[in-house]
Design a protein around this ligand. Structure first.
Ligand code: DOR
Ligand code: ZN
Ligand code: ZN
Length: 349
């Protein structure tokens, strides 16, 4: 391809964490490249009811540059306290998404519901289905079917039976498997009906376990450490192939998770990779180009997720130029994904 410039419509980021104390920076960096984003509710304390979500939306909107049309898509967390009434109230007040992280599996999930207990909350999922909400989940299990603790590498696959139960029980509930990182989950989503989709990150399309750990439990690069952890080369290739495939089951969700240096440098580090749009979008473009799949880029980035969520397409475009630039060592004290490395496309200012 000889083009040195490319104009595309802005898409949505279907998985973001706008976290204190860098809400403003995280929101600004996201709004540069996306027309809207799902603001995940696993804050501390969690976004548990509509009032929390609407207050959080105000904080996000206050961080936007004047006149910016960016659309925050708000969530409430499924916690042990969630009732069908809480979901009905949230839906009536414009909340579109219920966020799920099984208890103890990832950041800020201690008040959440364990995977093994999820079926106790099926009346809550029923209310989501009836009120046309999206159920967006982090599908990892800490234990195997015999209750033995699992290595991080095996946790996503172990959650598939729980996801399958939800998919089979709620045939019209819109369900998202966030940050799919294994061939097993990708294959499961691909053969599923279209009420189940998966979001994909750039880091799972680019990293394998050896870019994170020297052996299980020994993290050598905390800035590449997230949950679910990056896996084998076969898994990485499955993520990359799904991304460029043109299959509407898959759309972007960066899982942009800012954590301060102190939290990333402790042992073990907190999980989370900070991949804001100006890194995410050039990496995405490079992956589509490397796979000769530019014809599928706009569906992945602009269309599939927006259609699934029932969101309007953006009127704003984004210009990319083919030029080398170096990812800065930090944004507002947060070390980004690929810090110090050279990318070959740049989002025009
Ligand atoms: O690495 C992660 N960080 N994975 C998650 O599931 C949560 C996220 C966060 O909230 O920081
Ligand atoms: Zn997650
Ligand atoms: Zn996340």
């Amino acid at each position: 391809m000889s083009a040195t410039k490319l104009k595309i419509l802005k898409g949505y980021d279907f998985h973001c964490h706008f976290r204190r104390p860098v809400v403003k920076t995280a929101v600004e960096l996201t709004a540069e490249c996306f027309c809207g984003a799902v603001a995940m509710g696993n804050t501390d304390p969690p976004i548990a009811i509509a009032d929390d979500a609407l207050l959080y939306e105000r904080e996000i909107r206050a961080a936007l540059p004047f006149g910016c049309a960016f659309q925050p898509i708000m969530t409430i967390m499924l916690t042990k306290m969630t009732t069908p009434q809480i979901v009905i109230d949230a839906a009536r007040r414009g909340i579109k998404v219920v966020k799920y992280i099984p208890e103890g599996v990832s950041v800020n999930s201690k008040e959440s519901v364990a995977l093994e207990k999820l079926s106790d909350y099926f009346p809550v999922l029923e209310a989501m289905q009836e009120n046309d909400m999206v159920f967006s989940g982090h599908w990892e299990s800490l234990h195997d079917s015999k209750g033995r603790e699992l290595e991080e590498l095996d946790r996503e696959e172990a959650a598939i039976p729980f996801l399958d139960k939800v998919v089979k029980t709620f045939p019209t509930l819109r369900i998202v498997a966030e940050h799919a990182s294994t061939k097993k989950l990708i294959d499961y989503v691909r053969q599923s009906p279209l009420n189940l989709r998966a979001t994909l990150t750039m880091h799972h399309a680019l990293l394998t376990f050896c870019n994170v750990c020297s052996e299980p439990g020994v993290i050598t690069n905390p800035y590449n450490y997230c949950k679910p952890i990056a896996k084998t080369e076969e898994d990485r290739q499955a993520v990359e192939r799904a991304m460029v495939s043109g299959d509407p089951h898959f759309f972007p969700g960066s899982d942009m998770a800012p954590h301060p240096l102190s939290a990333k440098q402790k042992i073990p580090p907190v999980a989370g990779i900070f991949c804001p749009g100006k890194i995410f979008v050039p990496l995405m473009l490079e992956i589509f180009l490397a796979n000769n799949a530019l014809q599928n880029l706009s569906n992945f980035y602009e269309n599939f997720g927006a259609e699934f969520y029932g969101l309007p397409k953006s009127l704003e475009s984004l210009e990319l130029t083919q030029e080398d630039w170096t990812v800065p060592p930090e944004y507002d004290g947060i070390v980004p994904f690929m810090a110090g490395q050279t990318l070959h496309w740049k989002v025009a200012d």
